[in-house]
Write a protein that binds this ligand. Structure first.
Ligand SMILES: C[S@@+](CC[C@H](N)C(=O)[O-])C[C@H]1O[C@@H](n2cnc3c(N)ncnc32)[C@H](O)[C@@H]1O
Length: 489
């Protein structure tokens, strides 16, 4: 069974049959001989699945990020072309669908999942994903997975793996969902959470923010399985979006005057000449819009001193610094983590930006000393799940409480640092109402700050919500789900 809208993987015709006679068991830990000039490589036909399995293991055992581990692993093992495509589909797909895969594996396992050794469970996830969400023939999915299990764990568990996978293969994904997903009438959010392989609490958070438990909620959740286009930001004063589009073969973005969208498959954006020469950088168009919203809010009086209170790694600081340079102003950029502060220094080199390694809650800067302040606060990142395949299962509802406390403290500090009449933009990459409206309304109540209608600072962007906040969405705008509130002290 394939997901609607997903391009299924089709094995190359003439590919070696995986359902053929069983190969002799390879003793545990044994691999093909190491070539003198490189690392050990598994047989070519299994290189993709081996890579995908190693990514699943790194994500589980080391808390690694799949989208950082996989490209390195493909490079190191010299996996390219069709094999790299398959490895990517399997690794990212199995990470995204993990909760759903586990539920189905649990139904087919004679023992509880908590008693299945983690390395075996990784392999079962890889096999289940192939069975349920690709067009790889069932016998190939089962046999190749059992081969990996045998190579890594020995023959003692191959019978168990084989039995579980064969049982999974008796139904397609829709049939499993019909059996396992909550009833769509009495529990529409639970049903969509299961159908789109999201934890229920995240589907609930999206439903609350959208005011939808129906089609739009489904669209929002499905957007987390799409691969985002790469967006560039043209550095103001250096190059226009039109010039950058001509230099890169991309298209100007629909909303930000500095955005360029690259075609899928245009390769590593870091290798593009305008990016190497710092005329442009990779930045989601939604992030550009939120940084611009700070500069677009109406302001009376001086407008030269700007502050970015959570600046690392420096994407918004670079855009704000370039605009400040054009206006004859300056930007102070605060970042708590020293290594991220160094990234801010790198991204803002040559601009009128001063970087401070400090806690934004008490950065040691003059109270009331700034005309405009950006708080791009640490958050759950639920608005960028499409960028982090494993994130939806790693984040926990308990994360929200700690983060909202920090967010309230940072926003309160920003309102102390801005001058009377000045503007604060509060931004998070999450639509979770506790992190968005909850934080802003609590702080506005406590400090007496005025909440402005932020939508006016997003000209020509439709579908921002009921206001006074601006909420972007991947399924509406093609951006991350960024939230922006504007407050006046
Ligand atoms: C969402 S990121 C900011 C992204 C950044 N504005 C950009 O566009 O590149 C939040 C940043 O806040 C930093 N941070 C976390 N707690 C902080 C604190 N108490 N004070 C200052 N920075 C903090 C994190 O290290 C992280 O770099």
């Amino acid at each position: 069974m394939t997901q609607p809208g997903k391009r299924p993987y089709r094995p190359k015709s003439g590919a070696p049959a995986k359902g053929g006679p069983a190969r002799p068991a390879r003793p545990r830990g044994a691999h093909p001989p190491r070539k003198p000039d490189g690392p050990a490589r598994p047989p070519a036909e299994d290189a993709a699945r081996r890579a995908a399995l190693d990514v699943l293991r790194a994500v589980r055992a080391d808390d690694a990020y799949a989208n950082l581990v996989l490209p390195k692993l493909l490079r190191d093992r010299r996996i390219s072309g069709r094999d790299a495509g398959l490895a990517t589909e399997l690794a990212y797909g199995a990470c995204r669908a993990r909760g759903l895969l586990d539920e189905i594996i649990g139904e087919c396992s004679a023992r509880p999942l908590s008693e299945v050794e983690p390395e075996l469970l990784d392999a079962l996830r890889l096999g289940a994903y192939q069975l349920l969400r690709t067009r790889i023939p069932a016998h190939a999915a089962v046999t190749s997975t059992v081969d990996l299990v045998r190579a890594d764990l020995g023959s003692r568990v191959t019978g168990f793996a084989n039995a579980v996978l064969r049982k999974i293969s008796e139904r397609d994904e829709n049939a499993w969902l019909a059996a396992l997903a909550p009833d769509p009438v009495t529990d529409p959010v639970g049903n969509l959470a299961a159908r789109t392989a999201h934890p229920r609490w995240i589907a609930r958070a999206f439903a609350d923010a959208l005011g939808s438990t129906g089609d739009e909620l489904g669209d929002a959740l499905r957007a987390d399985d799409t691969r985002p286009l790469v967006h560039l930001v043209a550095r103001p004063g250096e190059v226009s979006a039109e010039e950058l589009a001509a230099m890169t073969g991309g298209d100007p973005g629909p909303y930000s005057p500095y955005a360029v969208h690259l075609d899928p498959g245009s390769g590593d954006p870091g290798a593009l000449e305008p990016v190497r020469e710092k005329l442009a950088a990779v930045q989601d168009e939604g992030s550009q819009l939120c940084a611009l919203a700070l500069t677009r809010a109406p302001l009376e009086g001086p407008d030269l001193a700007w502050l970015d209170l959570c600046a690392g790694p420096g994407g918004k600081a670079a855009l704000l610094g370039a605009l400040a340079a054009i206006n004859g102003g300056t930007l102070d950029a605060v970042e708590q983590a020293p290594h991220r502060a160094r990234l801010v220094e790198q991204s803002t080199g040559g601009l009128p930006v001063t970087v401070h390694v400090a806690d934004g809650r008490d950065p040691g800067l003059a109270a009331g000393g700034f005309d405009r302040v950006l708080v791009d606060a640490p958050c759950t990142g639920l608005g960028a799940l499409r960028r982090r395949p494993e994130a939806r299962w790693r984040r926990q509802p308990s994360d929200v409480g700690d983060l909202t406390k920090l967010q309230r403290e940072l926003l309160t500090s920003a309102l102390d640092l801005v001058r009377p009449g000045g503007v604060v933009a509060y931004v998070v990459c999450s639509p979770h109402l506790s992190e968005t409206e909850g934080v802003v309304s609590a702080v506005a109540r406590k400090t007496g700050a005025t909440v402005l209608d932020a939508r006016g600072a997003f000209p020509d962007v439709p579908g921002l919500g009921e206001g006074p906040y601006a909420q972007l969405w991947p399924h509406r705008h093609g951006t991350d789900a960024m939230f922006c509130a504007l407050l006046r002290r």
